[in-house]
Ligand binder design. Structure first.
Ligand code: PLP
Length: 383
């Protein structure tokens, strides 16, 4: 067994930052009050949530009342899309998104289609980039929401969201950004992004799992999707996950504070990976060459299965990811690679390496010394 995991899957999740854990711990033990209770212990919990909300609002450059804490990034996406759709259904029934969104967005749109909504799924180019003019062309007088991701979770392409937001605002259509993959890597000013709604997930930036954040610009009408108590100003019923909320806010603040240091460090490691891996025969980079997340190095290898690469890396203690998904016994390439027009001989062999601040040059050395041999072995096996 390898001594330790070399972790190259930070787009899947991250370890909790020790400072975040310290901030959370009292809210599991001594400060266990329910934030709805009016006695001191409850008020402490509510004060902690208020202060977390202020911290998040400061990072996003918005009002604290525009922040709702949810149970995950998927819930934030669901609340944004269903919440707008249900509130605006008298105005129109048309949604616009892209063909490379996360399933939290795609499946939500598909679900709404069962109830009479219609969705335009915009295409992307070979780099996974959306053309903002396509958004402008797709808007009709029935359009009630545009939802586009800040950066793609598989190939790391950063979308021109500020420009898309500008177009939406000019046409008076609310704009939602799924910023789940960008929270730890890119600036998040909602004013500069022209966002009306924005989703985040704490476990992607060294915060706890099970906490999402949704920004909703004041004045945007949204119907709650969970009925019950009046927590989160009536937007999301349910006793607040106090420790999780404290952790999410602390993690977001730290991630954004450390961005100027961490981003160049990680992108140097990323570029080492990209340069060396592209020297391997029959390999190509997936996603945009320059407009990509600082931590994302994703590839495609002709004539191999991504799953087999992962299993071989795992035997060496290296954790990575592939865009393929195993459905009913066969391995299908991801909807993202298909939308980018990657031929099947290439799209089956995808490998996503996503770096984090705890990765070092030595981790990259290990991967680079092992990967060429793994690919050669797999290609020989397949004849
Ligand atoms: N949106 C994107 C772009 C993601 O990458 C993910 C998770 O990978 C989600 C939404 C869902 O977030 P969560 O895992 O917190 O539900």
């Amino acid at each position: 067994m390898p001594e330790r995991t070399i972790y190259f899957d930070h787009a899947a999740t991250t370890a909790l930052d020790a400072r975040v854990l310290d901030a959370m711990l009292p809210y599991f033990t001594t400060e266990y009050g329910n934030a709805s209770s009016i006695y001191t212990l409850g008020r402490h919990a509510m004060q902690a949530i208020d202060s977390a909300r202020e911290q998040v609002a400061e990072v996003l450059g918005c009002r604290p009342t525009e922040i709702t804490f949810t149970g995950c990034g998927s819930e934030s996406d669901n609340l944004a899309i269903k919440g707008i759709a249900h509130a605006a259904q008298k105005k129109g029934n048309h949604l616009i998104t892209s063909s490379i969104e996360h399933h939290a967005v795609l499946h939500t749109c598909q679900y709404l289609e069962r109830f009479g909504f219609k969705t335009t799924y915009l295409p992307v180019d070979a780099y996974g980039m959306i053309d903002p003019d396509d958004v402008g062309r797709a808007i009709t007088d029935q359009t009630i929401l545009v939802s586009i991701m800040y950066a793609n979770n598989e190939v790391g392409t950063i979308e021109p969201v500020a420009e898309i937001g500008r177009i939406c605002r000019a046409r008076k259509v609310p704009f939602h950004i799924d910023a789940v993959q960008a929270g730890g890597s890119l600036p998040l000013s909602v004013a500069e992004l022209n966002a009306d709604l924005l989703s985040l997930s704490a476990h992607k930036f060294y915060g706890p799992k099970g906490v999402g954040i949704l920004y909703v610009r004041q004045g945007v009408r949204l119907l709650p999707q969970l009925q019950g108590g009046s927590q989160e100003r009536g937007r999301r019923a349910g006793t607040e996950n106090v420790a999780g909320i404290i952790g999410a806010a602390a993690a977001l603040r730290l991630a954004q504070e450390e961005l100027p240091l961490v981003s160049p460090y990680i992108s140097t490691l990323r570029d080492r990976l990209i340069t060396a891996i592209l020297a391997i025969p029959r390999s190509r980079l997936t996603g945009h060459p320059t407009e990509r997340l600082p931590n994302n190095a994703s590839f495609s290898f002709e004539g191999v299965e991504g799953e087999s690469i992962l299993l071989n890396l795992d035997l060496l203690g290296i954790a990575a990811s592939t865009g393929s998904a195993c459905t009913s016994g066969s391995v299908d390439p991801s909807h993202v690679l298909i939308a980018m027009g990657l031929p099947p001989e290439w799209s089956h062999g995808s490998l996503r390496l996503t770096l984090g601040k705890e990765n070092a040059d030595a981790d990259v050395d290990v991967l680079l010394s092992e990967l060429p041999g793994i690919l050669e072995k797999l290609r020989n096996l397949q004849g």
